[in-house]
Ligand binder design. Structure first.
Ligand code: HDD
Length: 696
């Protein structure tokens, strides 16, 4: 006992030191003496190590209110995770307008050039739980909360410009189908299972989205290398009340980049937090991710000419039809102080708009306007969720809503209604407030899907023909992979009946990959597909940037590695804007050729090549000989090669390449040729792929 107590005192002072260096004051709810540990009632605690017992070896007493308070609070630490998009990474930053949309909208955020508006952006996966891995094949959510002078505007989008379904009433079914199957509780965070493809095979409107999710878009390399889309058409409304339709786009400054499927799977094992960690490290290093903000603007008259209905969320507006106009940028530059308080509690709602921005009649959007506010009530537990600091507007807000659970404010006075004569200062409605666009609605009431929503295949076809041959092969292979996980043959077959409307070639490749005996007849289509011209803007590979900025290079070393060569590669890579991690067999470091001890950044077994965009092998012949017995080293090389990465090798590297049975191609370069290495590392060696795996 006595000993325990003295340990406790010792620990306390060292904890205090840690807190001081770490903004420890935020650990206290209220002001006061920060060195004193207290209960939530402010009662000083003299022993935080031992519960109150009847005797030293006796039962714990119910009387121990300090134990009960602490454990009760702990038991309630979690709030329900989001039903979708549970796993996310949030970062603070700002939005800056570069081009005014004054002609189209009265929203100050879109008219005041140069104003920096704070934002909180959360990027998420959709299907997995909050503790799931970062790299499943999945859509990425892209939600931005703009804290504008006129109220919070939430643009709650995805990294794909279209969606699975046309009507919100189907959303719970879609989500139930993709989530873990309810009787068995798996698979976690994966669409490759029967219930998902069963639902999809019966939902032809999802075929365009299916093309996107089977493409490399859903296995991004980094959260900093994805696009964002508001998906729906919204309206902009100007001072005169004129309305223009708008689609919102985010385009990453680092360009788009994806992983290859086998790599994404292996990253999940090597580092389940890969994307979150990568974002954290980039922000810590001052490499702030940035996106361009762009709009597509169009009138009702123009929309009437489109060969599709823009109110249908399974359709996009090709850039060739309505070009993108870049009007601003977003920079993310500050990691949250507390994950729970900010990333977990942030509540986005598509219904959060500002004057000058309004909704379209898209039936998916209309349903979302209800769902998000509703979900916050169960997640955050109270209609006062807007008072949580991450959700509170940064402009003044006032109304007569009162009370409720967890009310933090104490409004004064006897008036809590409007209009009133008793309180001159109380808030009133004003003409500058939000106004809905005046629109003339007529027609028959009913549960009707408009005729203009009937074409489910044209844009799926356009997407497929717009891809490079590499990406087409990835789409076909992803379909084969996913459908091969489906136990029921009829679901696999039905999916092929839809693909026949998109591309005979794609259907053939998938049917062959699945080993179908014969080609089924095409599904019955509600409307005949039209041929639309290819749109290169729909590619991922086409949107890769010729840069090493934001990329990460791994250099494998061991005792005896050439110190000068290591230094020269490091210098060149850093100059090109990438980050470098040196990997070795022991975390303590490697003794280099010049006798110096180089402390490495990662130990080989825990730092495989899947974590890098390209690798360099700098080894002495002796070092290579010793390492060649390690499976982790052979995997390091084989995976880098199989994932189409550039590999720089010296003499020792060549020994390992031979051992790994890897044949050099133009992506394998001499480690002393920095220029060649950097140029090869800026891309992936897509031509190599046919030599390392059989694609559909
Ligand atoms: Fe949703 C969360 C994006 C359709 C209902 N959705 C959520 C998030 C994103 C999206 C990015 C996470 C926000 C965050 O980071 O906290 N959702 C979309 C997009 C859709 C879409 C781009 C189609 C274009 N969603 C959609 C429909 C419904 C919902 C049709 C329901 C009718 N979504 C929700 C939700 C969530 C949500 C259940 C879960 C947690 C939350 O809202 O705050 O209300």
């Amino acid at each position: 006992m006595q000993n325990d107590k003295s340990t406790s005192k010792k620990n306390k002072s060292s904890t205090d030191d840690l807190l001081k260096g770490n903004g420890g004051e935020t650990h206290q709810q209220a002001g006061g003496d920060h060195s004193q540990l207290t209960t939530n009632q402010g009662l000083g605690i003299s022993d935080n190590q031992n519960s109150l017992k009847a005797n030293p070896r006796g039962p714990t007493l119910l009387e121990d209110f300090i134990l009960r308070e602490k454990i009760t609070h702990f038991d309630h630490e979690r709030i329900p995770e989001r039903i979708v998009h549970a796993r996310g990474t949030g970062v603070h930053g700002f939005f800056e307008l570069t081009d005014s949309l004054q002609k189209y909208t009265s929203a100050k955020i879109l008219t005041e050039v140069g104003t920096k508006t704070p934002v909180f952006t959360r990027i998420s996966t959709v299907a997995g739980g909050s503790g799931s891995v970062d790299t499943p094949r999945d859509v990425r959510g892209f939600a931005v909360k703009f804290y504008t002078q006129e109220g919070n505007w939430d643009l709650v989008g995805n990294n794909i410009p279209v969606f699975f379904i046309q009507d919100a009433i189907k959303f719970p079914d879609l989500v139930h189908a993709v989530k873990m199957e309810p009787d068995r509780g798996f698979p976690q965070s994966a669409s490759a299972h029967d219930t998902f493809w069963d639902f999809i095979s019966l939902t032809p409107e999802s075929m365009h989205m299916v093309m996107w999710i089977m493409s490399d878009r859903t296995i991004p390399r980094s959260l900093r290398m994805i696009e964002g889309f508001g998906v729906h058409s919204f309206r902009l409304i100007n001072e005169n009340g004129d309305s223009t339709f708008v689609k919102f786009h985010w385009r990453p400054k680092l360009g788009l980049q994806s992983t290859v499927w086998d790599e994404a799977v292996k990253i999940a094992g090597a580092d389940p937090d890969f994307m979150r960690r990568e974002m954290f490290e980039a922000i810590e290093a001052g490499n702030f991710p940035e996106w361009e903000f762009a709009v597509q603007l169009f009138t009702q008259k123009e929309a009437d000419q489109f060969p599709f209905d823009h109110l249908d969320a399974t359709k996009l507006i090709p850039e060739e039809l309505v070009p993108l106009k870049v009007i601003g940028r977003m920079v993310l530059d500050r990691w949250p102080n507390n994950f729970f308080a900010e990333t977990e509690q942030v509540a986005y709602c598509p219904s959060h708009v500002v004057p000058g921005i309004d909704f379209s009649n898209d039936p998916l959007l209309q349903g979302r306007l209800f769902s998000y506010l509703d979900t916050q009530l169960s997640r955050l537990g109270s209609p006062n969720f807007h008072q949580i600091p991450i959700n509170a507007p940064k402009c003044p807000f006032a109304n007569h809503q009162r009370d409720g659970q967890m009310q933090m404010n104490q409004p004064i006075g006897r008036v809590a209604y409007e209009p009133n004569t008793l309180s001159k200062d109380s808030p009133r409605e004003s003409p500058s407030g939000f106004q809905s666009a005046a629109s003339n609605e007529s027609g028959d009431k009913g549960r009707i899907r408009p005729e203009s929503f009937a074409d489910h295949y044209s844009q799926a076809r356009q997407f497929f023909i717009s891809q490079t041959s590499y990406e087409q092969a990835h789409i076909a292979s992803a379909l084969v992979f996913e459908l091969s996980k489906v136990e029921h043959l009829h679901i696999r077959v039905t999916m092929v009946t839809h693909l026949l409307h998109i591309s005979q070639d794609l259907a053939n490749r998938v049917a062959k990959g699945l080993g179908l005996d014969e080609m089924p007849a095409a599904a019955q289509a509600a409307a005949k597909a039209q041929d639309m011209p290819p749109s290169p803007a729909l590619q991922t590979i086409g949107k890769m940037k010729d840069t090493l900025m934001g990329r990460s290079i791994g250099i494998l070393v061991a005792d005896g590695s050439d110190a000068a060569l290591l230094e020269s590669i490091k210098k060149a890579v850093l100059k090109a804007g990438a980050s470098v991690k040196v990997v070795g067999p022991k975390i303590g470091g490697a003794k280099l050729s010049d006798g110096s001890l180089y402390p490495v950044d990662g130990q080989l077994a825990g730092t495989p090549s899947v974590l890098f965009d390209a690798v360099a092998i700098v080894l002495s012949s002796e070092g290579a000989r010793i390492l060649s017995a390690e499976a982790a080293v052979i995997d390091f090389i084989r995976d880098a090669y199989g994932h189409l990465k550039a590999i720089a090798i010296d003499k020792g590297g060549q020994i390992l390449l031979d051992k790994a049975n890897v044949t050099a191609d133009k992506g394998v370069v001499n480690a002393s040729d920095n220029e060649a290495f950097i140029s090869a590392a800026k891309t992936r060696q897509f031509d190599r792929e046919k030599t390392v795996r059989t694609l559909a």
